[in-house]
Write a protein that binds this ligand. Sequence first.
Ligand code: NAD
Length: 270
Amino acid sequence: MSFSPELLKGQKALVTGGSSGIGEAIARALAAAGASVAVNYHSGDQEAQKIVEDIKAGGAEAIAIGADVSKEDEVKAMFGQMLKEFGTIDILVNNAGLQKDSAFTDMTLDHWNLVIGVNLTGQFLCAREAAKEFMRRGVQPHISAAAGKIICMSSVHEVIPWAGHVNYAASKGGINMMMRSIAQELAPQRIRVNSIAPGAIKTPINTSAWNTPEAEAKLLKLIPYGRIGVVEDIAKTAVWLASDDSDYVCGETMFVDGGMTLYPGFATGG
Ligand code: NAD
């Protein structure tokens, strides 16, 4: 991935769940595009430090901040540290997420609450803190046309029902209306809120879906474009949504899915 370091020059970004997979790629891409990046981690302390060192070696500013995004006090402390070290925030990438899969009748309340807590409540808590700072500071025209940008990591499962993953699909469906409602409320303040809905992207969250030839062949049947996605597909979209190149995009979900939401089962007439 190569970007002009002028694209996000002077902007301060926070990427939640930034120590692996899609979040890591986004953190690296935002830095390559000139942003200073805070890499939030929950369990991946050493991985986050390594990403920070790599980003610094490339000439950009970076810090790692540990926090569980589902805990209000930890989110507030994370934003406190971000503002102390970087002075402000211009870009929030609400990426942290997890799965706890089971048949519906076996799904425990703990697993329901955990997935909703991280994937949906976590995005609410982080978006609220970011929005407060965007509104306090307002637009700085030499930095960006917007007062701030929030990118919510959704999934094709905000629209495709997913048996065996009811908690996950419900969390992503919730992100759709949360994102659009925040976007509607904050657009007059020049704050842009959008989502990315990835299809199948090779990361640690879904290894078993692609790490054997049989699994890969089965998965490819769901992807009209004929390849499984890579983290760079999502990172490039995130950089675009964070930049002024997308300045008139507000309250949208970008499906980056190789056509997975085109209902490929109907390609031959259903
Ligand atoms: P991943 O497991 O590599 O990344 C998830 C990250 O979230 C990890 O770094 C993890 O430590 C972090 N995290 C988990 N709980 C946390 C918490 N309480 N607080 C802070 N961080 C926490 O998997 P990924 O595929 O990179 O997933 C990133 C996002 O992309 C998730 O929201 C996921 O739902 C979404 N997504 C992924 C795919 C895919 O195919 N990989 C498809 C659609 C959506």
